[in-house]
Design a protein. Structure first.
Length: 227
């Protein structure tokens, strides 16, 4: 049974890949992320971070174990329900901002909301609010390709947070940024947690751990709690 106080609850999850040789990417992982909690998943390249986030976000399926997000059994979701789960419940922040370059900052944030069924007026109003929250109100009408790398990441974060996801999955979002810009982005993610979003932040960068409520170390597909 998943506890309703946990936004995400991972129990004994394993996952392997067969690519010529067998790789046990995750071996019996347990992990919880509470509402408004920022958990940093710290581990070296190849430790299993991306694999774990992909399973929690419903992009791939575990071999065994259970994953609950918002009380939903993610492994049991199929087709339309899985699409809706991915759209509504999960926000992603990646290493690359992944904006549509010719659209403006505001369009990049409001279009996904409109695709979810909001009216254009609602979507634009909500997008304006989140762009303001990431300090980009003045850049709203700039095309994405005109923005600096840090600004593009802030837009991407605004896009992820606009739908008020229960859980934000951040997969090394600061890996390609200079240390000052990385701190800005991490601070914004910390603020999202402070306003109630559950955050799982995967990184190899120890500097991020100072922002965490809790650090979980992952090594060779196994986790241990620390700090
Ligand atoms: N699609 C895949 N096919 C084969 N092996 C994979 C695949 N995805 C990940 N792996 C392997 O699983 C292990 C964990 O990878 P990953 O989760 O990407 O680690 P991290 O994100 O911590 O760098 C690595 O050994 C990696 O090579
Ligand atoms: Mg990775």
């Amino acid at each position: 049974m998943a506890s309703m106080t946990e936004a995400a609850m991972v129990e004994q999850v394993s996952k392997h890949f067969d690519a010529g040789r067998r790789v046990q990417a995750l071996a019996g992982v347990d992990l919880q992320v509470g509402e408004g909690e920022m958990v940093v998943l710290l581990g070296r390249s190849g430790a299993g971070k991306t694999t774990l986030l992909s399973l929690i976000g419903g992009l791939d399926r575990a071999d065994s174990g259970s994953i609950h997000v918002g009380g939903q059994d993610v492994n049991a979701l199929r087709d339309g329900d899985l699409d809706r789960f991915r759209q509504r419940t999960i926000g992603w922040a990646f290493q690359t901002a992944g904006l549509l370059p010719l659209l403006t900052a505001l369009e990049n944030v409001w279009l996904p909301l409109a695709l979810q069924g909001k009216t254009e007026k609602e979507a634009v109003a909500e997008a304006t609010t989140v762009l303001d929250a990431v300090g980009l109100a003045e850049r709203a009408d700039h095309r994405a390709y005109e923005l600096s790398g840090g600004e593009q990441h802030r837009v991407a974060l605004a896009r992820a947070l606009a739908k008020a996801p229960l859980l934000l999955l951040a997969d090394e979002p600061t890996a390609q940024l200079d240390s000052e810009t990385a701190r800005e982005i991490t601070t914004l993610i910390r603020k999202a947690a402070d306003s109630g979003t559950a955050v799982l932040f995967a990184t190899h960068d120890r500097a991020v751990t100072e922002f965490a409520d809790r650090v979980v170390v992952i090594e060779d597909g196994r986790v241990r709690d620390s700090a």
